[in-house]
Design a protein around this ligand. Structure first.
Ligand SMILES: [Zn+2]
Length: 220
């Protein structure tokens, strides 16, 4: 069966490129001069690859479902699962394996709670590693980013997504070390990765976790 592209985007490029988006739809980028038959021939040739991507996305979508804020709902915090318990409490509080929430807590309030947790934790972790690595950063900012965990600007301003609070601590620490390494080296060249490894020897495990759990950014 032929896979029909969701859209074909013609741009000033010389090759055809395929992307399977998060809905499992095929997006084709092609040069202006590529005819439909050339494009479809290319798509047919890549059918196995497309099917594989679609299967992977389907599995991911089933695994990473949006957070439901209700009694018994599950929230990931620091890499561990907490069960939501709606209680007579003033504010969101972790308690054992539970996350206690006041009645009528909504997603905005839960995100705000994560943001505050992230502000404290990240300040602490960034300062800890900056001192150990003997680097100085300019500013520490928290973001709501769903596509990147952290960044280091040209002027060494650091930014981290509060969504890192959902990740295991060693993953959060790795992202901190990664961005701090960018203070002295803005590229991802061999020297950069050597510095990462020197300061965080198990970084490959964390990289792998991030790759596998990318979709966690989209659940809240
Ligand atoms: Zn980087």
């Amino acid at each position: 069966m032929m896979i029909e592209p969701k859209s074909i985007i013609k741009t000033r490029r010389r090759t055809i490129a395929l992307v399977v988006n998060s809905n499992g739809e095929l997006i084709v980028r092609a040069p202006y001069y590529a005819t439909r038959s050339i494009i479809m021939e290319f798509v047919e040739h890549k059918q196995d690859w497309i099917t594989k991507q679609q299967k992977r996305i389907e599995t991911e979508n089933a695994e990473f479902v949006p957070v439901v804020i209700a009694q018994g709902g599950i929230i990931q915090y620091g890499g561990s699962m907490y069960t939501i318990d709606i209680e007579n409490v003033e504010k969101i509080t972790l308690f054992g394996n539970y996350i206690l929430m006041p009645k009528n807590t909504d997603a905005t309030q839960l995100r705000q709670w994560f943001l505050e947790e992230a502000a404290r934790t990240l300040k602490h972790r960034v300062d800890f590693y900056a001192e150990r690595m003997q680097v100085e950063y300019k500013k520490l900012r928290l973001s709501n980013a769903k596509t990147r965990w952290g960044s280091c600007s040209y002027y060494n301003g650091l930014s981290f997504s509060w969504r890192l609070m959902m990740c295991p601590p060693e993953v959060l620490d790795y992202v901190v070390v990664h961005e701090l390494c960018h203070i002295k080296n803005k590229s991802h060249n061999k020297g950069f990765w050597q510095q990462v490894e020197l300061n965080f020897p198990t970084y490959r495990n964390s990289e792998q976790w991030l790759k596998k759990n990318r979709k966690i950014m989209e659940i809240l």
